[in-house]
Design a protein around this ligand. Sequence first.
Ligand code: SF4
Length: 258
Amino acid sequence: MGIITRGAERKGGKELQYIASLSYGKDSIAMLEVIKQHNMPLDRIVHVEIMATDTIPADLPPMMEFKKKADKIIKERYGIEVEHIHNKETYEHHFYRRYMRGKRVGLIYGFPSIRAPWCNSDVKIPELKKLNRNNIAYIGIAADEPNRFHNLTERKISPLVECGVSETEARKICEELDLLSPIYAHSARGGCWFCHNQPIAQLHLLRKQYPEYWALMLKWDNDSPVTFKPNGTTVHDFEQRFAFEDAQITLFEKEENT
Ligand code: SF4
């Protein structure tokens, strides 16, 4: 693949727009810089805002703060206002939807599955699909992530792949621009605070730092007809484990101080 030039700007009489999809992770932010450095066309920058409930965003408070800061820098540096697209449907709303047919008719959906997560297909992707129809989408996939290349098409382009920018280089670009998301201080991945894919250490941190969100996870766990993890582990199992581990640490600290 070569560097993108403005070639196919009109499709069916309509002007194509080049739209960068921003997650605020290192790859999508570095992608904006690569677009600028290589004079690639860019018309809009969009971010799909996922809500956990009607009032709680899917991102943790430090991430929400970072987004505000990043929006300001992006506007100044690239001259484009980030558009925040709000999906009216929340994660919780979808969680409590009921199957209308099939083996599970009448049951609520509960936690998404790992292989076909409805949170992605039903909450996040539809908004992006609507937007990217008849446009060119830029997505943040790094040059050393070949397992994600199947997502790329003629109309779904990765500037990082086009320009051979790796994940490490993407991180460096963000650091230099003071645009590295706070999620990298504690983990390698971002995503929703209730995500079933997150590492155990991240769940433990959630319980410690955001007990009110953890309480919501426990409530959902009570109601879900499927377990949080596909191996049968529930949020309550993690609750027991974390409570035990924290008690051990407290005991150890007490013994150390006596
Ligand atoms: S980060 Fe996790 S919970 Fe959020 S949309 Fe992606 S898969 Fe679903």
